[in-house]
Ligand binder design. Structure first.
Ligand SMILES: Nc1ncnc2c1ncn2[C@@H]1O[C@H](COP(=O)(O)OP(=O)(O)OP(=O)(O)O)[C@@H](O)[C@H]1O
Length: 408
């Protein structure tokens, strides 16, 4: 610690050898008085410093308490709907309650309609949330260049061909389509059981066309981002146009596009709004050349017809569970990096896997590898595939918590 420059100088005692005894005594006495005086001054300083220390300690305690209160008092999320002369109209997420409220002074002039904000118990707007870093980033999975290729997808060659025609050709030959005046399909809807390769197909198309892959899960829009669905759908299309060429992929679209129910609960209204936003984005989408829209569902029967009208998802492609040839091919794909024993016969294995989806077969292959490892072998044999098969069957019988789809 450096010494404060304003501290009093240390008194010096200068004794001249020529001085008489009495003069020396007098000098020492004066020196002693100066020392006493400086000591007094230092004492005062010390007391001042002690007082200041107490004050600062009080301030620290107060700040700590404030910090604790801030940390413990939860804030709610809301979206700003309108800024009026009377205040700010916000809509609370979750219950969709609309409230006229006010901004904290620090936010004056910084908030616009559409912003996401945090509000306290009395609805006063406390914080402005950065949407780039929260919902938008969380709700969308963006891959500049996914690494899936068509050869990674087994058993659905017809579907691959159809997707290439409907999505890849218009992206690659956008100019030709425009010149000839052919309208490519607006949106391509892949439907079929879970784990059959729908997401892989969308990723492979994006890869093949050097397009950015932007995925949004419909189920998350209604479960996780309550109150923000419509806005996120708008953001999704905006992001795609910033990143052209792009493939938009809306997984589990049924979550936002189910047949209308009559109930007027706010949850349903929210889903409706999200779907309306999706429809309006698709309807207003003229420059389709560089952006393609794909969606997937396992619940085709539940879809609202509005979503299937011309100009919207007007190309339907069913992606079924693989037949025996498909299962054989998928086994080959997933086992290509395994050190296989000579006895492994994919044809035979595929025969026994009736009802298995691609995802199930991927899980089976990994499990077979695990059995070999447990047995301290480097080679994966038929017995491992059989053990894996048995384990999966058992797990499926025990309950639907395995994530396996072959009984769905
Ligand atoms: N046809 C297939 N060929 C090869 N692997 C597949 C195939 N289908 C699924 N898989 C495997 O299963 C995983 C999941 O597949 P994917 O996510 O594409 O299925 P999905 O149809 O989109 O499923 P969901 O409807 O559950 O979203 C893939 O990563 C892959 O390992």
């Amino acid at each position: 610690m450096s010494r404060s420059p304003s501290l009093p100088d240390r008194p010096r005692l200068d004794l001249d050898p020529e001085m008489s005894q009495a003069e020396r005594l007098e000098a020492i006495r004066e020196h002693f008085e100066r020392l006493v005086q400086v000591n007094g001054e230092l004492d005062d300083r010390l007391q001042d410093a002690e007082g200041r220390k107490e004050e600062l300690r009080g301030e620290v305690d107060q700040l700590k308490r404030r910090n604790e209160t801030l940390k413990t008092s939860s804030l709610y999320l809301a979206t700003v709907e309108e800024i009026t002369e009377d205040g700010v109209v916000i809509k609370q997420h979750g219950n969709n309650q609309e409230v006229l409220t006010e901004l904290s002074p620090a936010l004056e002039g910084r908030v616009e309609a559409g912003d996401r904000v945090a509000i306290n118990d009395s609805f006063s707007v406390q914080e402005l949330l950065d949407d780039e870093t929260d919902a938008r980033a969380q709700a969308m999975e963006v891959e500049e260049s996914p690494d899936v290729v068509y050869d990674d997808i087994g058993g659905i060659d017809d579907q691959i061909r159809e997707v290439r025609e409907a999505v890849e050709d218009p992206l690659i030959n956008a100019e030709t389509f425009r010149e000839v005046g052919v309208e490519p399909p607006s949106g391509v809807l892949l439907h079929g059981p879970p784990g059959t390769g729908k997401t892989m197909l969308a990723k492979a198309v994006a890869n093949e066309t050097d397009a950015t892959f932007i995925k949004m899960a419909g189920s998350e829009l209604v479960r996780k981002f309550i109150g923000e669905g419509a806005r996120l759908v708008r953001d999704l299309f905006e992001l795609a146009s910033e990143r052209e060429p792009a493939v938009i992929f809306i997984d589990e679209i049924d979550a936002v596009a189910t047949t209308r129910t009559d109930s007027k609960t706010s949850g349903d209204a929210e889903v409706q709004r999200t779907m309306m936003q999706l429809l309006s984005e698709m309807d207003g989408f003229d420059e389709r050349g560089e952006i393609r829209i794909m969606a997937a569902t396992n619940r085709f029967d539940m879809l609202d017809e509005a979503i299937l009208r011309p100009g919207r998802f007007d190309r339907l492609i069913e992606v079924p569970k693989p037949g025996i040839e498909g299962r054989k091919r998928i086994l080959e794909i997933h086992a290509q990096d395994l050190n296989l024993g000579e006895d492994v016969d994919f044809e035979e294995l595929a025969e026994g896997l009736e009802g298995y989806s691609g995802a199930d077969i991927a899980a089976l292959t990994t499990e077979a590898g695990m059995f070999a490892i447990r047995d301290d072998r480097e080679e994966v044999r038929t017995e491992d595939f059989e053990a894996a098969h048995e384990k999966i069957e058992q797990a499926a019988e025990d309950g639907p918590t395995t994530g396996l789809t072959h009984y769905q």
